[in-house]
Design a protein around this ligand. Structure first.
Ligand code: NAD
Ligand code: ZN
Length: 245
């Protein structure tokens, strides 16, 4: 895999770069995407486990999925591609907008991370909305007990479930960042989950160059994306940072 000279030149010339990441960004850190082979949706029907109505009807059942996800991300280590995104801050990367809930960008030390779908690292009370660190409740989570807020209601991870809107403030910031940006790196996302999937188009319409990094063709390949680099996020981002140095 070679990164085209044109792409390296575009990154060098950019002043305001934004990275938009999806589940593919974390595959090489051992976290499977939801869709496709080995994905969580093969084992868990999203409507039965990850829909807000399902959680309210049977929190214990939804927590079977949440427990697995929390366990997975607690042990996950950011791969070198994550560190490459931190290096890219020296070359104009301003922010990372992520659809991921694994917290790996923050764990790596990225300067500005917008978490569009929330984070598993926090729990939120479904009634009074108070938040706690997930780590404080690990004993209960591992013991198959659904953690409860001091107010008595059940906690849920502070993530966006099916049937819920995206956090307004995060989406607003993402829109602003995409409109101000002159280069958006779209990494490891199928670009089919809306409204996040609309961001590359919005950025392009505001004048940004769109460079996609993915192992496969996606909904934006050949349309919204000016360039697509086929490869794993870890390999491609590590090489890109090396080329810039
Ligand atoms: P998706 O599952 O729809 O698509 C993943 C994309 O990553 C695909 O286009 C695939 O071709 C690509 N890909 C796979 N391996 C890759 C690699 N090594 N390098 C680069 N690309 C690779 O994911 P999505 O579009 O992000 O949206 C699904 C939703 O799932 C999101 O809302 C997200 O919140 C959630 N999700 C998050 C995590 C996580 O936090 N790590 C994991 C699974 C799902
Ligand atoms: Zn509460």
């Amino acid at each position: 895999m070679k990164i085209p000279d044109k792409v390296i030149e575009t990154v060098r010339n950019a002043q305001n770069i934004v990275a938009l990441t999806g589940a593919g960004m974390s595959v090489e850190s051992g976290i499977a995407p939801f869709r496709g082979k080995g994905g969580l949706w093969e084992r868990f029907d999203p409507e039965k486990y990850a829909h807000i109505d399902a959680f309210r009807k049977d929190p214990q059942k939804s927590w079977e999925l949440f427990r697995l996800q929390i366990e997975e991300v607690t042990h996950a280590v950011p791969h070198t591609g994550y560190h490459a995104l931190v290096t890219l801050e020296r070359y104009g990367l301003k922010s990372v907008i992520t659809q991921n809930v694994d917290g790996l960008h923050k764990k790596t030390g990225s300067r500005d991370v917008v978490e569009l779908h929330g984070t598993l690292s926090k729990l939120r009370c479904d009634d009074c909305s108070s938040r706690k660190d997930t780590l404080e409740y690990m004993d209960q989570i591992y013991n198959n007990t659904v953690p409860k807020c001091p107010c008595g209601a059940y906690f849920r991870p502070d993530v966006v479930m099916f049937g819920e809107p995206l956090p307004t403030e995060a989406m607003q910031r993402a829109l602003e960042l995409c409109c101000e940006s002159d280069l958006v790196l779209v990494i490891g996302t199928s670009s089919i989950v809306y409204p996040a999937a609309s961001l590359p188009d919005i950025a392009r319409n505001s004048g940004a160059v769109i460079v996609e990094i993915n192992t496969s063709k996606t909904a934006i390949t050949g349309h919204t994306a000016h360039h697509t680099i086929y490869g794993g996020a870890e390999t491609v981002l590590t090489r890109l940072a090396d080329e810039l140095r």
